[in-house]
Design a protein around this ligand. Structure first.
Ligand SMILES: C=C1C[C@]23C[C@@]1(O)CC[C@H]2[C@@]12CC[C@H](O)[C@@](C)(C(=O)O1)[C@H]2[C@@H]3C(=O)O
Ligand SMILES: O=C(O)CCC(=O)C(=O)O
Ligand SMILES: [Fe+2]
Length: 332
């Protein structure tokens, strides 16, 4: 623990660890085993040999860069992000701040075409770039969910999936001081503070500038080496519940880079609002009783938006753990 001003700040150290990398072209049974293992051990992995086209990626990257290069007044026409649109430094409605700007979009094509009018001088080009990227990353998310278990396939139209494009301008001097940044990253500031994503899965890609870090179960930060050609997959809170805690959502954060600006794109795969989020029946046994109260995705979102970014919001939905194994009901 380090004392800064009058505030106690808990620090986590950084650790260099190999990120699990999964080759999607391998034989299916082995592939499925490796995906489940990575979800269990880290809640995070990189995929290579995916089927997302290079042009789909580069077109959205160009559209993003074009938008972020506009003047502040032009960009603010697409805001404020309450919750969708352009946001600058503020993250969510509860006072969280970071050294970044972003576009947060619902993936419904109608809302995208509407939003694009305030984002781009060529709204059709922008919405096509966004829709193509969403379609490809949704397919990738579905492929991964098929590998971890049946019954998780996301529906197209009613889903509450989101797309976010974050831009972290290069930051020479730290604006927010955090002792855990001092080691090896003394010039970085917090772009996006520590949190887990509430959704089922996140499919993340960035340009070749580092900054993303994931937290291990023993509380160390692992810097993720950037790879603009590949995607990173993160387990979200909803998948933690669906697997009855077998997978744990990964806590992560993004630091700014003192020399280069970073752009990242996240597809957050979420179910429709009225879906019940409850452990899949095959994840619940007399010895592994259900850990969570049932809730709908809408209820979970409402809870998430009422809390700060770094909150452990799943705690609100945890059932009291049964301490005594005699309390486990006999199998039918
Ligand atoms: C502070 C907040 C921002 C957030 C909504 C929240 O109240 C808590 C969850 C945050 C998060 C993290 C992952 C995604 O970036 C995001 C879009 C989401 O679904 O949950 C953000 C929310 C946001 O920025 O609006
Ligand atoms: O920009 C990044 O690399 C991570 C951002 C993030 O975690 C988020 O938007 O939820
Ligand atoms: Fe995140």
């Amino acid at each position: 623990m380090v004392v800064a001003s009058s505030m106690m700040i808990r620090t986590k150290k950084t650790k260099a660890v190999g990120i699990p990398t999964i080759d999607l072209s391998m034989e299916r049974a082995e592939l499925s085993k490796q995906v489940v293992k990575a979800c269990e051990e880290y809640g995070f992995f990189k995929v290579v040999n995916h089927s997302v086209g290079k042009e789909v990626i580069s077109t959205l990257e160009e559209q993003g860069a074009e938008f972020f290069s506009k003047t502040a007044a032009e960009k603010h026409r697409a805001g404020p992000a309450t919750p969708f649109g352009y946001g600058c430094r503020n993250i969510g409605p509860n006072g969280d701040m970071g050294d970044l700007e972003y576009l947060l979009l619902h993936t419904n094509p109608l809302t995208i075409s509407d939003r694009s009018k305030t984002i781009s001088n060529d709204p059709i080009k922008f919405s096509c770039a966004v829709n193509d990227y969403i379609e490809s990353t949704r397919e990738l998310a579905c492929e991964i969910l098929d590998l971890v278990g049946e019954g998780l396939r996301l529906q197209d139209v009613q889903s509450d999936s989101l797309l976010r494009i974050n831009h972290y301008p290069q930051m020479v001097k730290p604006k927010s001081w955090d002792p855990s940044l001092m080691k090896g990253n003394s010039n970085s500031s917090i772009g996006f503070g520590e949190h887990s994503d509430p959704q089922i899965l996140t499919i993340l890609r960035s340009n070749n500038v580092g900054g993303l870090q994931i937290s291990t179960h023993d509380g160390l930060w692992i810097p993720v080496p950037p790879d603009s050609n590949e995607f990173f997959v993160m387990v979200g809170d909803a998948l933690q519940v669906l697997t009855n805690g077998r997978f744990t959502s990964v806590r992560h954060r993004a630091l700014t880079n003192p020399l280069k600006s970073r752009m990242s794109m996240m597809y957050f795969a979420a179910p429709p609002l009225n879906w019940w989020i409850t452990p899949l029946s095959k994840m619940v046994t007399p010895h592994n009783p259900t850990l969570y109260k049932p809730f709908t995705w809408a209820q979970y979102k409402q809870a998430a938006y009422s809390l700060r970014l770094g909150a452990s919001r799943l705690d609100l939905f945890k059932l009291q753990q049964q301490q005594d194994s005699n309390l486990v009901p006999p199998s039918p």
